[in-house]
Design a protein. Structure first.
Length: 170
């Protein structure tokens, strides 16, 4: 006969799975994350390099200009080129319409199309129509651009910022 005092034992739980090595899906997710971070870093480095190259173009062109009026003419030329990237009709704007285009962000067709330039200031105005940017209208043709008053320095700051903004936009 069998012994009536047989003791039953509980069911044993399996050991918890180890966290290392991770499952293949986690490896794939880590690889995709690493690829995304590397791509972002590469594009950011490219963007910084392009922005430095564009700034160097602006600075070299101004360094090649020997007089303050030549510097103003060089800034005007560079802004015309950058404006044409933003709107193909921008290089045909003249006078206050050109300064309004530099201040605002309005397209050249609207400015030429009947709205009076300078009638209503833009919310994003940064000093071309009412500030030191007015030097662009005739500064390249004047003999005596006042360097001591800081007109050229003030224009340089806002022109460089606008040039970098428009050229690095793409």
């Amino acid at each position: 006969m069998a012994d009536p005092t047989l003791v039953l034992r509980d069911i044993h739980q399996a050991a918890a799975p180890s966290w290392w090595p991770p499952a293949p899906g986690w490896w794939l997710l880590a690889a995709l994350g690493l690829l995304a971070v590397a791509s972002w870093a590469w594009f950011a480095a490219r963007r910084r390099k392009r922005r430095r190259a564009i700034a160097a173009i602006f600075d070299q062109m101004l360094a090649a200009a020997d007089t303050p009026s030549a510097q103003v003419a060089a800034m005007s030329e560079l802004l015309r080129r950058a404006g044409r990237r933003r709107d193909p009709a921008a290089d045909r704007l003249q006078g206050d319409a050109w300064l309004e285009f530099l201040d605002g962000g309005a397209d050249a067709a609207k400015i030429r199309g009947g709205r009076k330039p300078g009638a209503t200031p833009h919310a994003g105005s940064n000093g071309f129509a009412q500030g030191p940017g007015r030097l662009l209208l005739e500064g390249g043709y004047r003999r005596d651009v006042d360097v001591d008053a800081g007109e050229v320095k003030a224009l340089h700051a806002i022109a460089r910022a606008r040039f970098l903004d428009w050229m690095a936009a793409r």
